[in-house]
Every structure is written in C-alpha cells, then in structure tokens.
Ligand binder design. Structure first.
Ligand code: MN
Length: 223
C-alpha cells in the first residue's frame, strides 16, 4: 500500500513497471551510443509488486544483500487508477490516478554483470525494497505534469537535477507503448526513468528527492 497524500485511502499496488533509459543524459552516462540514431523504442522491466516500500514520511530502506554498489535513480512514478490494453496515447492520461516521487534502486554491479552476459536484469533491479515510493498526489491536486524539476540529494548534496521535459518518451507515450505489451490495471505503478547523476549509496545515507508540482520523498538507508 502506498499512502495517498491528503487522504486516508491507501493505494493497493498490483504490478511495478519501469522504463529504461528515458533521459538522454542518463543513457549517455550508462554508455549508450545513440546520439545519431534519434530515439529508440522504450524498453521496460518489472519489479515484483511487493518490492515497493512506501511512506509519506521518512522511509527506512534496508541495504540489500549481494551488492557492493547500490545506486539511486530518482524517478516520477505513475499510479494507475484504471486499466487497458492497446491504449491510444490520447486516452492514456485518463488512466492515471496520481503521481509520486520514487527511487528505482539498482544493484548496479549485478545489473552490469547481467548486461555483460546477456542475462536477465531481475536480480539487479527487482530485489526486496527496490521500489521506493513517496506518497501519491492525486491528479485532482497536481494535474498532469509534463515539465518541472526532478532532483535528488544524498546527505544534502545534490546528485541528480533534471527536468521532466527531457524525457525521451512522454507519459502518454509510455502508457500507450507498455499497454501494447501487457494489459495494464488499476494498482499498477510505472517508474518513468531517471535523469543523469546516478551513484552509490551506503547505510546511513539520507536521500531526499522531489518532482516539482508532484511531491517529495525522504528515505534512509539502514543496515
Ligand atoms: Mn530506472
């Protein structure tokens, strides 16, 4: 359950989908070499629905096992209030219940090893408590933000500082594309990608993130 801002409803999470490489500056820092290619089709990966760890206040996140390189990725999260398959982009926004600030936590060492061998990313991306999510702000309160600052600090130091307007695939396009692959349903969360500046975090670190007009998230990494 993800707490909903300014309300007493919880949000029962069904599935968690994530978009890979949706900001060009992050794609470049991850080694993509596509500047002449234009935008490639979006690609998606999943986390288990119970990988979510959520709260309206400070969220305690256990440092996961089997990694020496846990990375933060601050992302805007879509919380779907309705489902559909093959949804036209023009109808996609109507499916969104609200928006939140989230962290797509990544065991970067495991992900890099998987990439190198052509193996699945699951153990690098879909571990316990890997989907951190702040309170959901209903659309009625925030509208549908298409631009605005998205940022993250670690122990007060600015690490990520981007803008939603730099997303290669917009929110309606993400929903439209994803809904050609799976039927989306109410309760699904979609993490929409991270801007540049991802990096390592360790136990004791305090992370604060925000998306202008959407919300705020605070998390502490604990042993
Ligand atoms: Mn991500």
């Amino acid at each position: 359950m993800v707490p909903v801002l300014a309300g007493d409803l919880g949000f029962p999470v069904r599935r968690i989908f994530c978009v890979g490489r949706n900001y060009a500056d992050h794609a470049r820092e991850m080694g993509a070499n596509d500047q002449a290619e234009g935008r490639e089709p979006p690609f998606f990966f999943s986390k288990p629905g119970d990988a979510v760890v959520a709260g309206a206040g400070e969220i305690a996140v256990r440092y996961p096992p089997a990694t020496a390189n846990l990375h933060h990725e601050v992302e805007m999260v879509l919380a779907l209030g309705a489902g559909g398959a093959n949804v036209p982009a023009a109808q996609a926004l109507a499916m969104i219940f609200g928006y939140a600030v989230g962290l797509d936590l990544t065991r970067r060492d495991l992900q890099a090893a998987a990439k190198a061998k052509g193996h699945p990313w699951d153990m690098g991306k879909g571990f316990d408590q890997s989907a951190v999510c702040g309170a959901i702000t209903p659309v009625a309160a925030c509208g549908h933000p298409a631009a605005g600052r998205i940022w993250l600090t670690v122990n007060g130091e600015l690490r990520q500082d981007g803008n939603l307007a730099a997303m290669m695939w917009t929110v309606p396009e993400i929903i439209a594309q994803l809904s050609t692959l799976v039927r989306l349903e109410a309760g699904d969360l979609i993490y929409t990608g991270t801007p540049a500046g991802v990096g390592a975090i360790v136990p004791g670190d305090v992370l604060e993130g925000g998306v202008d007009g959407v919300g705020y998230l605070q998390a502490r990494i604990v042993d």
